[in-house]
Design a protein around this ligand. Structure first.
Ligand SMILES: [Fe+2]
Ligand SMILES: [Fe+2]
Length: 250
């Protein structure tokens, strides 16, 4: 009983602390988070900033990240459920793919689950590019494009799920046709293609995969910066910082 009460008290105290923090700050969303819901050309609705500061660090509503965050910290604190990527990585392993392809599968949709959905292959590739072999980032970048184009040589057909999602008459734009032509002739074409083959369309609710199963593969093929992702001055460090602190004013 005593523990129940103290747990309740703790929860209430945490609630109070959060609302006190929220009262202290003005938290503004970037245009890209709301574009479409509102017309980005319109001025922002006025907000009452009297007596408040504009948030320049950790968003009190989010899980706090360690000072030197690792890839797995981002998985645990900033990405949505990773079941799809974990199951794809497991499938690639089962199919005898190389460790680099397994890693590509593990990371391929991280933009969808934690950053920006549109052009997700490109964003994810850009995020990880400084830390992985170019074969891995190529596979991640082009899996998004290759998903639209069948390749019978490896038994990859146009996904039925895309017919459901986008309609039977959806056609990729001309810029994607060009990207496909480029990727098809590239030396890493088959790496990106293998990603589409292992990119599971459906989750198997009975298959449970832990992130930690891939600790060794990540250790061998993902160059984790000592300063932590976001603080290492790589060309994508600012993107990791934005995921860490998505609502900073500047
Ligand atoms: Fe994807
Ligand atoms: Fe996927």
């Amino acid at each position: 009983m005593a523990t129940d009460l103290s747990m309740l008290e703790k929860a209430e105290a945490a609630d109070h602390a959060l609302s006190a923090e929220m009262d202290r700050y003005v938290i503004v969303k970037s245009a890209i988070y709301t574009s479409g819901e509102r017309d980005p050309r319109e001025p922002l609705p006025p907000h009452d900033a009297r007596g408040k500061l504009h948030l320049m660090g950790h968003d009190p509503r989010l899980a706090r990240m360690p000072a030197q965050p690792t890839l797995f910290d981002f998985f645990k604190c900033r990405f949505g459920p990773a079941t799809h990527m974990l199951q794809s990585a497991r499938l690639a392993q089962k199919n005898g793919c190389s460790e680099k392809i397994v890693l590509a599968c593990l990371l391929h949709d991280l933009a969808t689950s934690g950053f920006i959905r549109a052009d997700h292959g490109y964003w994810a590739a850009q995020l990880v590019e400084p830390y992985v072999d170019e074969e891995v980032s190529f596979a991640i970048r082009y899996h998004q494009v290759l998903r639209f184009y069948p390749d019978e040589s490896v038994g990859y057909a146009y996904p039925q799920s895309y017919v459901r999602l986008f309609g039977a008459d959806f056609k990729p734009g001309a810029y994607l046709d060009r990207e496909y032509e480029y990727a098809r002739k590239h030396k890493y074409y088959m790496s990106a293609r293998l990603l589409t083959v292992n990119d599971l369309y459906a989750f198997d609710p009975d298959v449970h995969v832990e992130l930690e199963e891939f600790t060794d593969i990540v250790g061998r093929h993902f160059r984790q910066p000592g300063e932590g992702l976001g603080f290492d001055q790589s060309p994508s460090a600012h993107m990791w910082r934005t995921i860490n602190w998505p609502t900073r004013y500047l």
